[in-house]
Structure formats: C-alpha cells, structure tokens
Write a protein that binds this ligand. Structure first.
Ligand code: GUN
Length: 295
C-alpha cells in the first residue's frame, strides 16, 4: 500500500478562506475586527520567522495585528506590565507570547498573566482545564490543527485505537484529551507513550492512528506500524543544511519507509506545520466573537 498524502498546506488554505469570509462578515454585519498581538522577547531567529508568519497571515485575513518586539534584557515585571496593558486593550482579542522565553524570565508566571479570554494559544490553566472537561474555549493550535486534518481527511476517529507518542503540554497531552472526549469526531481509545514507555512498538503496532510528537528525526520506523495505519507527523527536526545553507527538515517518522505501509500520512514539511498558524487565526476569530457576545 502506498499512502494517501494528507496535505496540510491545502487544508490550511481552505480553512483560511473560510476564516477570511467569516472575518469580512463580522466586520460588515457587526463592525467587529478581530485583533491579535504577538510579543517576541529577544531576537531568536526561528522565533522571528514564526512571529513574522503569524503577523503576515493575520494581515492577509483582515485581522488587526500588532507586534511587540522587546529586548532580551526585558525584566519579568516589564513583561508582566505589557501583558496587563494588552489584557485591558479592547482592540486586542488574542495575546500570543512567543516561546521559548529567555532563561531569566518565568514562563509559567507569564502564561498565567494572560487573560484566559485572550489566551488564543490555549496554554492558560483555565483553558487547559476547560479542554480537559470537554468545554473548550480555545484548543491549542498544533493539536487543533491535527484534529482538523484528521476530520477533513475523512479519517475514522470514533472507536479508533490512537497512539500518541510524546506527552508535552503543547501537543501530546492536549491531542490525547481531544480525541478521547465523548463527542463527534472523537471517542477514540487513546494511549500516550513517552520516554519511559517500556515497549513503544508494542503500542504503535496496534494503532489505527499514530500521532508522533517525539522531537527526534525518524523515530517511528516501518516495523513499528501496522498495514493501513494513519500517521500524523508533528516533528520538525533539522537533519542538515543544503550547500546554500538552507535547513533540511525531517519529521519524527521515517516517511519513505512508513508511507509504503500507511493508508494516509502527513509529509514534513507541508503537513501539520501549515495548520498551526491557521488554527491561531481561528482561535483569534473565536476570541473576537466571544468578546462581542456572538459565540
Ligand atoms: N513556540 C513554538 N510554538 C509555539 C506556540 O504554539 N505558541 C507560542 N506562544 N510559542 C510557540
């Protein structure tokens, strides 16, 4: 079997078109313009690229966008004062503080300071808790993107054996939580594997759907999956550079070998990656609707 490619870039484009139409309607009918602010502390090159992409996508969709690039030396109290100001700014519906923060800053305290109503990352404990009990306002962007990819590719989720490899707060735990909820497009039997799992392949070989969020290139090999599996690869690992200095990326899955056994698989790049920013836009639109009493 050669797998169907789950093309995240195409699904993301379709969702962005739907969002652009919704944003235009919000403006025309209700004079509501969703607003997103990004906060970048320091000048990490990868973070600059991510924040730039978030700003550009916002503008393309008609979202009001603000960007605060502040110096690495910013103190905790200065950053908290900025968040307080943004929490109170009515033009702003979503606040995204790009992670990781410089070492001297307390990331947990910063995330807790964001008003949960503006927490479009879905990282605040209030939003984590709401997701856990099946009443989410904001689903974190990467797991939300994975879920949409599965749904829009017609993958059978209800009753499926899903194995999530990785237990991070950003991907592993939330996607496991989403898929086990008692609701449509969920209702899966979910197993979460991690670095202390005794026999990883025992679990992954049973899975109808494998979600790999390990952070290690080609960690999931063909002998670890069954024929017909659906594979979602969340990994973005740099495995070298081209002669002209461009990064060569590989996912967490040995794509070339696994695609021969899978029924469907996401490529890297062009799979989960393009979905993440799109789901941030979806959360920002939701934040604006919640603030205006329209959701
Ligand atoms: N850094 C890498 N991914 C993310 C994300 O989804 N949200 C934030 N705030 N920072 C990140």
């Amino acid at each position: 079997m050669t797998a169907q490619l789950i093309k995240g870039a195409e699904v993301a484009k379709q969702i962005r078109e739907e969002l652009a139409a919704e944003i235009a309607e919000l403006k025309a009918k209700h004079n509501v313009v969703p607003g997103l602010v990004t906060v970048l502390v320091g000048a990490d090159p990868a973070s600059q690229v991510y924040v730039g992409a978030k700003e550009k996508t916002s503008q393309e969709l008609g979202i009001y966008s603000e960007r605060h690039d502040i110096p690495t030396e910013t103190t905790q109290s200065e950053l908290l004062a900025l968040i307080d100001k943004l929490n109170k700014d009515p033009k702003i519906n979503g606040i995204l503080v790009q992670l990781p923060l410089p070492k001297h800053l307390n990331e947990t305290e910063v995330l807790y300071a964001i008003d949960p109503k503006k927490d479009v990352d879905g990282f605040h404990p209030v939003n984590v808790g709401k997701l856990m009990i099946g009443e989410p306002d904001y689903i974190p962007c990467t797991p939300h993107g994975i879920w949409q990819l599965l749904i829009r590719s017609g993958v059978q989720i209800e009753g499926a054996e899903v194995v999530v490899v990785g237990r991070s707060n950003i991907v592993g735990k939330p996607i496991a939580n989403i898929l086990l909820q008692k609701q449509k497009n969920a209702n899966a039997t979910v197993t979460v594997c991690h670095t202390r799992t005794r026999d990883m392949a025992f679990h992954t070989r049973r899975a109808d759907i494998v979600i790999a969020a390990v952070g290690k290139a080609k960690a999931i090999t063909a002998d670890m999956v069954k024929e017909g599996v659906v594979v979602i690869d969340v990994g973005v690992n740099e495995i070298g550079k081209t002669a002209d200095g461009k990064r060569i990326l590989a996912g967490d899955v040995d794509f070339e070998a696994v695609k021969e056994k899978a029924s469907a698989i996401t490529p890297v790049p062009g799979g989960v990656g393009p979905m993440t920013i799109t789901m941030l836009m979806m959360n920002t639109v939701r934040a604006a609707k919640l603030a205006a009493g329209l959701a």
